[in-house]
Design a binder for this molecule. Sequence first.
Ligand code: NAD
Ligand code: MN
Length: 501
Amino acid sequence: MSERTYSEWQGAASNLQAALAASQRNAYINGEFQPAKSGATFECVNPATGHVMAEVASCDSADVDIAVSAARDAFNRGEWSRSDPAFRREVLCRLSALILEHREEFALLDTMDMGKPIRDTMNADVPGAAAIYNWYGEAIDKVYDEIAPTPPGNLALVRREALGVVGAVVPWNYPLDMATWKCAPALAAGNSVVLKPAEQSPLSALRLAELATEAGLPRGVLNVVPGFGETAGQAIGRHMDVDCLAFTGSTEIGKMFLRYSGESNMKPVWLECGGKSPNLVFADCDDLDRAAELSANGIFGNQGEVCTAASRLLVERSIKDDFLGRVLKHAEAAQPRDPLDPATTMGAIVDSAQADRIMGYIESGKQDARLVTGGERVKMNGSDCYITPTVFDDVAPDKRIAREEIFGPVLSVIAFDSEDEALKVANDTRYGLAASVWTNDLRRAHTLAERLVAGTVSVNTVDAVSINMPFGGFKESGFGRDLSLHALDKYTALKTTWIRY
Ligand code: NAD
Ligand code: MN
């Protein structure tokens, strides 16, 4: 694919903007777009410019009811839920190909909707989503069920069955990818889905559902209800005819989903929530330059709006000043710029509320620690949603910026003197999503990998994520795993059939 220039992206963005402005973006239910029953809409804003991109249907419980009954009806018809797995493979692989065909459109939708760099959406988010539909499509006609050992004259089958209607509620930091992490395995297993994208970034999910129909997904199997958490999100959570909830977002809202389930029909709830991931750098690491580059990328990539963000940098005291100097070079090179420029590595913060929140943490950091770079909110292109890469040194582990998830480009540096101390500080958190260790000592690497409480431990890298590895958390980072064949466990139940002959 030929690389587009900055001015070509600007031209493409204004064309897309004009097309979106021409008509309201509606919910996608039962294979067609429809406005919210109430007629309500909300404004979808591009945080890089402050411009309104589109008016979007604001769904509430009335619309969720319609979407859930369309999903239930599709499940009962069986065109998808009881189809040959080879058919599901074909449709999901076709959807994957369609996403790649529309790569630039999806890249622009997510870049303009939430402010992340076009080079990330083009090179990672969009091809990543396509790869995941392909992977689950290819997997689903190759997973086998079980036959249990029984006395002679008996046959006991253990089969995975789709659950029915899956409700998926996702955040804005990777709009297309977070929707895909839920939808691809849920659909592959034969479920119907009602998806609520975040109110900050609803556009790519709506386009995805339309393309799924084009790929051959029967009507009602994938429905998208844009809207707010308290209305559309809560209605999905409490719905008596939703069979399973798949949520990615904050720990606070994750806990609400557990309540919604307990107060309604006891549907299983799967939660991918926040993090405050430690990144441990030992003096025996033999490539401090690479460690510094990936450590900076691990907190400044995606504007720091990453659940696994390596937001706590724990460095052995003997190399701390040297290592911090190397990290600062990368921090200073990562200044925020227009996300449409293909050279940009840090774009805009998703909205001004999130930028306010991040600035609040920066103010508390200035009281509690030593600001070494950044800490500024910059106005650009008519928007004040840009924040410079920020590093605090000499952070005591009990301070707010060392404990709470900031979800922005803010790094807290903590020095340690021993492996035991590093481990203790690393695990002293309510979260347990990811951790990294940099060392050349095999014993140390394995010992820490065992003892760090995190769903993913990366050794001599940061934030290792791959479609064929489970992803998820311990503790208040949630439970259940996205990606890999293990994700199918969330969207299926085992049925035992015992035949005595
Ligand atoms: P959020 O929890 O506020 O929102 C996530 C989703 O939940 C959105 O769709 C939102 O509309 C919905 N929601 C909000 N209030 C709700 C309610 N009362 N009832 C039902 N639904 C509701 O989080 P956010 O601000 O969108 O995203 C930032 C958070 O998400 C961070 O804390 C981050 O750690 C977390 N996150 C986690 C992962 C992960 O995989 N673990 C990935 C991305 C983001
Ligand atoms: Mn937006």
